[in-house]
Design a protein around this ligand. Structure first.
Ligand SMILES: [Zn+2]
Length: 93
């Protein structure tokens, strides 16, 4: 309580990833250090995801062959991303 960052995190709702899910922003770098845009999931397997950037249409790929938890790690980014000052970083989708 009293921590603005904590409040923002509390209202963010994540959801399981499926084809069509939007992953917002940088996604912790899972899709590479160059991929800052929001992405729409086009295909996924047990330990990989192919997505397409909403702006520009670039296809990006993430995988986690070692721990097979990429789908779990990326769930965090199904919620809109906010910067520390409360600014929404988003594709409006
Ligand atoms: Zn977005």
């Amino acid at each position: 309580m009293g921590d603005p960052v904590a409040v923002v995190e509390e209202i963010m709702e994540t959801k399981p990833i499926a084809v069509g899910t939007i992953l917002h922003g940088f996604c912790g770098g899972w899709f590479g250090r160059e991929s800052y845009g929001c992405k729409r999931v086009e295909a996924l397997g047990a330990d990989w995801i192919v997505a397409r950037e909403v702006k520009g249409g670039q296809v990006v790929f993430a995988s986690d062959e070692k721990d097979k938890k990429v789908l779990l790690w990326l769930e965090e980014w199904t919620a809109p991303v906010f910067y520390g000052d409360g600014t929404l970083l988003c594709c409006d989708q």
